[in-house]
Ligand binder design. Sequence first.
Ligand code: RAM
Length: 896
Amino acid sequence: MTSTLRVYDLRTEHLTEPLGIDAPVPRFSWRLRSDRRGAAQSAYRIVVHSGDREVWDSGRVESSQTSGIEVGARLASRTSYRWSLQVFDETSSPGEPETASFETALLSRSAFRGAWIGRDVHWDAPDNELDPPVDDDIPAKVRHIPPAAHLRREFGVTTPVTRARAYATARGLYTLHVNGRRVGDHELAPGWTDYRDRILYQTYDLTPLVRDGENAIGIVLADGWWSGYVGFDSRRQGKHYGTAPQAWAMIVLEHDDGTETVITTDAAWRERRGAIRYTDPLMGEHVDARQELHGWTEPGFDDSAWAPARELAHDHDLLVAQVDEPIRATLQVPAVERLADPDGRAVYDFGQNLVGRVRIELGAMSAGQQVVLRHGEVLDDDGRLYTANLRTAEARDVYASAGSASNLFEPTFTVHGFRYLELSGLDTPPDPGQVTAVVLHNDTPFVGEITTSSADLNQLVSNIRWGQRGNFVGVPTDCPQRDERLGWMADAQVFLPTAALGADVAAFFTRWLRDVRFAQSPEGSFPDVAPVVSEFFADGAPAWADAGVIIPWHLYRVYGDRRLLADSFESMARWVDFVERENPDLLWRRRVGNHYGDWLQIDAVTPRPVLATAYFARSAELVARAASVLGHDLQAARYGELARRVRTSFVEAFVDDDARIEGDTQTAYLLGLAFELLPERLRARAADHLVRTIEANDGLLTTGFVGVSLLCPVLSEIGRSDLAYALVETDRYPSWLYSVRHGATTIWERWDGWTEHAGFQSAEMNSFNHYSLGSVGEWLVRFVAGIDQTPESVGYEQLRIAPQIGGSLTRVAARYETPRGLVMTEWSIEGDDVEVAASVPPGTTARVSLASRDVLESAGTLEETTGISEIVVGDGLTEFTIVSGDYRFRFPRAAE
Ligand code: RAM
């Protein structure tokens, strides 16, 4: 009998059919589905081939594991592999085999060849002559930014090519071109890592582009994060890693006679500037089409007047293959409307605050005629583009025409956060249909969705999703528009649970965590931001630096990735050791870095030692748990004991006998409850205090970045989902829906980013696209839709399905691709009844909890229905366990 168990989403190192990976021992994973209740994987078999040659056969392995399966053979450099997977169900019947492929990149240091090349600034190139500045010249801030270098060479092919690959990267940003075509769909490659630790290189398939005879290859090279502007430190806002960009590439042609040709970047390449006069992530891009180098990536182009490229470095030690989804252009958003500002300038509205660049058809222009494009998130009260909140980021692109009948402009190496585009320089601005926003972000697959019967909540969900898109650009950033865009650690840790329920972020965060570890100080301190671009951030603050512990642990819980936990463990422990060493009385008051407290709270200051010590206890506890997962029993005991002692100090120092926590703020109680800092006898009282602090504030929240992520989940945990709903559904200030009511299409940095009573908050710090307060997305999925895992579960093996029917909602539907397969829930109010549908994937069980003593399944009573067991009817609820499959429950709605 063949099984009904199906495998899908076969991945290698978290990625679908990756082209160039260099993990020494790659791991396989897959998801399962079945239309039969109780289906489960009992065994798997993986066979790996390279061409016709079998490389590895796992044999039949009795296991329910669907991820983290390590290949059991040594792999070779630059080799394609196919793996076929067969799984066996719980009756041992084999399923249909599926196959997937992956290809290794350069696995040994000796495999790398070639130099880093760039422009030779000492070469007297004809275009190096400086023009004197004129009144309408480029702003002083960008005048020193060099034009993008265009690097090229030609090569001949005499023996037919069977396979061609390019391995390429830059200290800076680059695009690769072969025979007149742009190669690959990567944007802003190689992305941002701490370039002092490693630089990711990309692998491209050139096979369809290379031809017999003459070929040309070109690279456009720009500053990017390497030598462009990043962050806000006025003492050193740019050139964090180097003064000028460099490119490296290695092209390998495999011929049908078994020979290989290797072409590398070296002094044989030629270099010239082209149409990009300058380009910078924060400042924008200036393109002068008169300088366009027509045909420069085609063979036969005359580059005799170009300068020789200069070999700038020869090291390969920091090169690592790209390990996660690259930045791509994932969506095109057309302008919805053209407005005119009070000065008559055209302002385009995309209807959505987003991150990327514009593509604009400009029609006929005269030679040298210039269009200036400025980007902004909002308009001021007069309908002018508001850019004060971008601080020193110019976010300004310029296009000068060569005098063509039609002009198309789209910058390459800059990225802006905007909803509005102001255009000046044309008598007749283009119609909205000719203006498109191109959305850029690391292309993490979106695997979760939730919709509700409330248009407002759906808008909130959409705002959270757009915040995730716009701030997963290179690293998880705080914001995408002003002169900041840094990998702020608390922002990342509070938003991670939401992010992971929206998209598969395993590869993205695993990559960034290496920057977090690299940034740890010799003393053991994690920073505020990673990569660290200023000493200002080096000593991390409570809740910020703790992300170095919290994020690996959370990723382990979601994806079951032990390797990541093992890679992080030592740094996690060193961090906790550091805090302990500096604070022997176990109250964290020394070495608190820039202590941001409960950042951007509303008139409710949680005492800093309370917040810090709570995080100290939490980090110690998570290190203990990580140690026990990894089998480090002594450390598990040591950190478990430390966590207990920090909790005791916390209670002795900050909590009275009536469970009042010093500060008496919502956040203080949230920390105490969420991090389980309080002894059993005080918990119920602390929960009462939490409720009191909300009620006393007219039913409104006061939480900042830190408290807000805990607010609704804790309220649901203490049985007050009604209050959580009230906070999420109100549109009174401060609330999530206050911003929605005032037109937000992304999550604002501050509750009071704009208010009726005070207008815009200080332009000094007022982003309209910051995901931190969007951490409420976690509550919507885990509690409103009821998709969760039990506290002990890892990788969603034991689900918990407990939708909280409440608020004004009459219908909720959610789906989430867990590492094992798809979970879906849907509930609706049908007259006096509630109907709940749930699907759980093969090999998992779910503990279901429904708010009635009187639950029926569509097939009959729970007792009669197959796949349901351990039924407990309690006080106003029924709990039971289901095996995998699809179910439909019905029960009477609780009386109000
Ligand atoms: C701001 C950042 C970030 C926050 C820090 C404390 O500058 O935008 O969101 O974590 O401050």
